[in-house]
Ligand binder design. Structure first.
Ligand code: 5GP
Ligand code: MG
Length: 215
C-alpha cells in the first residue's frame, strides 16, 4: 500500500525575508485591537509568518498524500484555526473530523493522564489519517491520541503540529510535520488560550516565565 514518506519534517523555520525572526520576540502591546494581553507579552510568530509556513506545509502534505484517501483530524480546541487554514490550502481532496482530549494538571503542564472527551465520527480503518494539533509539549496528548487511533488500524497515521517544544518532551513523540519549533515559553493566540481567552488572536504570543514559586 502506498504511504506518505516518514521524513517530511523540516527543522525550525527561518524567518521569511524582511520579517522579524520568530525566535526573537517583539512586544505585543498594541498589536491586538482591544484584547487584554498579559503584561510583558511578546509576539513570537506574526500572522504573516504563520500563514506563509502553513502554505509550505500544506504543499508538502498535498504532495505526500496525492492519490490517497486522506482524513485530517483536528485536535480541538487549540488546533481549530490551524486545521482550518491548513485544510484550505491543501490541493488534494481531504475529509475532516475532530477529536478533543482532556488532561489533568495545572494550567501550564499536563499530568500525563489524558482522556478522549470527544471521539471521531468517522471510521478510520484503512484510511490515511493526519492528526492536526496546535502544540506538542510534554507529548502526553499526542502519544495518547496516536496510540488510541492506531488501534483502529488506519492505513497510516501521522501528526502535524503548528508548534513543537521538544525541550519539554516527557513522552517521546515527534511530529511528522512541524510548522515551528520553539523554546520553553508559554504561548497563546492562534487557537491557543491564555486562561481560557485570547484564542482568536491571528498571531502567537509568549508570556515571560513566572518567577520561581509563582508558576
Ligand atoms: P502535551 O500533552 O504535549 O503536554 O500538551 C498538549 C496540550 O497542552 C496542548 O494541546 C495545549 O492545549 C497545552 N499546551 C502545551 N503548551 C502550551 C502553551 O505553551 N500554551 C498553551 N496555551 N497551551 C499549551
Ligand atoms: Mg492541542
Amino acid at each position: 500500500m502506498k504511504t506518505p514518506p516518514h521524513n517530511a519534517q523540516p527543522a525550525a523555520v527561518p524567518a521569511p525575508a524582511g520579517e522579524p525572526c520568530p525566535l526573537c520576540p517583539t512586544p505585543a502591546a498594541g498589536a491586538s485591537a482591544g484584547a487584554a494581553l498579559p503584561p510583558g507579552s511578546r509576539i513570537l510568530l506574526t500572522a504573516a509568518q504563520i500563514q506563509t509556513r502553513i502554505r509550505q506545509i500544506a504543499g508538502q502534505i498535498s504532495t505526500d498524500y496525492k492519490g490517497l484517501d486522506l482524513l485530517t483530524v483536528a485536535v480541538l480546541e487549540g488546533a481549530r484555526p490551524f486545521h482550518r487554514d491548513l485544510v484550505q490550502r491543501l490541493t488534494v481532496p481531504a475529509a475532516s473530523d475532530a477529536v478533543q482530549t482532556s488532561s489533568y494538571g495545572h494550567a501550564h503542564a499536563s499530568s500525563g493522564v489524558v482522556t478522549l472527551s470527544r471521539d471521531l465520527t468517522s471510521n478510520i480503518t484503512g484510511r490515511h489519517v493526519l492528526l492536526v494539533d496546535d502544540i506538542v509539549d510534554s507529548g502526553h496528548t499526542a502519544a495518547f491520541l496516536i496510540d488510541a487511533l492506531a488501534r483502529r488500524r488506519p492505513a497510516s497515521l501521522k501528526l502535524c503540529a503548528l508548534l513543537d517544544k521538544p525541550c519539554r518532551r516527557v513522552t517521546p513523540v515527534a511530529p511528522h510535520y512541524t510548522c515551528f519549533t520553539i523554546n520553553d515559553v508559554f504561548v497563546f493566540g492562534y487557537g491557543l488560550d491564555y486562561k481560557g481567552q485570547l484564542r482568536d488572536l491571528p498571531y502567537v504570543a509568549a508570556i515571560p516565565p513566572s518567577p520561581p514559586g509563582e508558576e
